[in-house]
Design a protein around this ligand. Structure first.
Ligand SMILES: NC(=O)c1ccc[n+]([C@@H]2O[C@H](COP(=O)([O-])OP(=O)(O)OC[C@H]3O[C@@H](n4cnc5c(N)ncnc54)[C@H](OP(=O)(O)O)[C@@H]3O)[C@@H](O)[C@H]2O)c1
Length: 358
């Protein structure tokens, strides 16, 4: 099979198109062999190409029985494709099923013609989408679900009317989260650059604030305070978001931009985790003094959530936002596009030459 691999951490020049052996058979009883039809590029792929989270992921790989070096490494965390083979304990899927999924970081990735996924990392793909459209959703969907639902305790049953602010509304996370929250009945405000304002309104956002032409923090602070902030920007934006929350109602700020893996990479496990815990503790305290809650969210694979999202897509409540599609042979150009930033929805790579609905 053909796959994009890296043999050491570095820049885009490390991506090599290789003819490699297809996974011979399924070893894990709950694993499936998937023919990848399309995969997306996420900021995590750019970071992992450069060695981000390598120490933590290598530990997990070791715990999963992988011996030796992580290289050659296939990047790519999500896909849409077709089941080829199933492990003996897999009950819900059979060869030929169309599925989508988002893979745990310790696994080999999806930028390849065939990948191995766990049953808990996938669900049935939405019937109404092509594989290219479908591949734009799983990683941002599973991450948004972790942040909003698992960590933030916001759910379909309690989101109605809640005032939610999404910092970073135009990227992969933002364009998905706006739609999920609107499907759940929340009142959504989102920030973005000027060219994305119309897109965000078209996704259902109630209020959109252009952070480049106005003092966004001042404008947001003039609005009624928020029950929840999803932060997909980090830095000063995270800092400024605190005071936009309601007081003494356990309003939550959940950020996706955390120092944990960066600290572990640069300082090692114990000092890196301690430093990150100090930063978390400081912010927790700041929140507690005003009855607010500060939390970190990190992607968790979640096939069950993808199953629910698949239904929301098929019922027309969530649509894919594919900004650009590249052929499989042009993977480095797709990485460059995402790395340049200013992303509006997702960049997808078409791996198999099919029309989509097989
Ligand atoms: N913790 C986790 O497990 C996890 C998982 C997924 C993603 N993330 C992180 O979450 C962040 C967002 O991910 P993504 O996939 O959505 O990235 P993305 O697709 O690259 O989108 C980022 C968006 O933020 C916008 N932006 C930049 N600065 C902004 C600001 N000050 N205010 C408002 N918008 C701003 C960018 O557009 P403009 O520059 O044109 O404004 C872009 O549209 C990334 O840092 C990513 O690494 C973390």
């Amino acid at each position: 099979m053909e796959a994009w691999q890296i043999h050491q951490y570095g820049g885009n020049e490390e991506l090599t198109f290789s003819d490699v052996a297809r996974p011979a058979s399924i070893k894990g009883p709950n694993d499936l062999l998937i023919k990848v039809h399309a995969a997306s590029i996420n900021p995590i792929d750019i970071k992992m190409r450069g060695g981000y989270a390598a120490k933590a992921l290598n530990l997990l790989r070791k715990q999963c029985g992988k011996k030796g070096s992580e290289f050659p490494l296939i990047l790519g965390r999500d896909f849409s494709g077709v089941v080829v083979e199933t492990g003996r304990a897999v009950k819900k899927y059979k060869p030929g099923d169309e599925v989508w999924g988002a893979l745990n970081g310790f696994r080999q990735g999806s930028h390849t013609q065939f990948t191995v996924a766990g049953e808990s990392e996938i669900s049935k793909k939405p019937k109404t989408l092509t594989h290219t459209e479908a591949a734009s959703i799983p990683y941002v969907a599973a991450t948004s679900w972790t942040a909003l639902c698992t960590v933030g305790e916001l759910r379909e049953r309690n989101a109605l009317g809640k005032r939610v602010l999404i910092q970073g509304g135009a990227g992969g996370i933002g364009t998905f989260s706006i739609q999920l929250l609107k499907a759940w009945g929340a009142d959504v405000t989102a920030t973005c650059g000027p060219d994305a304002v119309d897109l965000l309104y078209s996704l259902g956002a109630d209020t959109v604030v252009d952070y480049t032409t106005t003092d966004a923090t001042t404008e947001l602070s003039r609005m009624p305070p928020f029950d929840f902030v999803l932060d997909a920007v980090g830095g000063k934006t995270t800092e400024d978001s605190f005071d936009l929350l309601k007081q003494w109602t356990n309003a939550k700020l959940v950020t996706l931009v955390t120092p944990l893996f960066k600290n572990i990479d640069s300082m090692g496990f114990v000092p890196g985790t301690a430093q990150a815990a100090f930063s978390l503790g400081t912010n927790l305290l700041r929140g507690l003094t005003a009855g607010r809650s500060y939390r970190w969210a990190i992607f968790l694979a979640n096939g069950k959530a993808l199953g629910r999202v698949s239904q929301l897509v098929d019922s027309g409540q969530i649509r894919p936002i594919v900004e650009k599609e590249f052929p499989f042979t042009e993977m480095p150009a797709a990485f460059e596009k995402v790395e340049r930033g200013h992303n509006r929805g997702k960049t997808v790579v078409k791996v198999a030459d099919t029309a989509g609905h097989s």
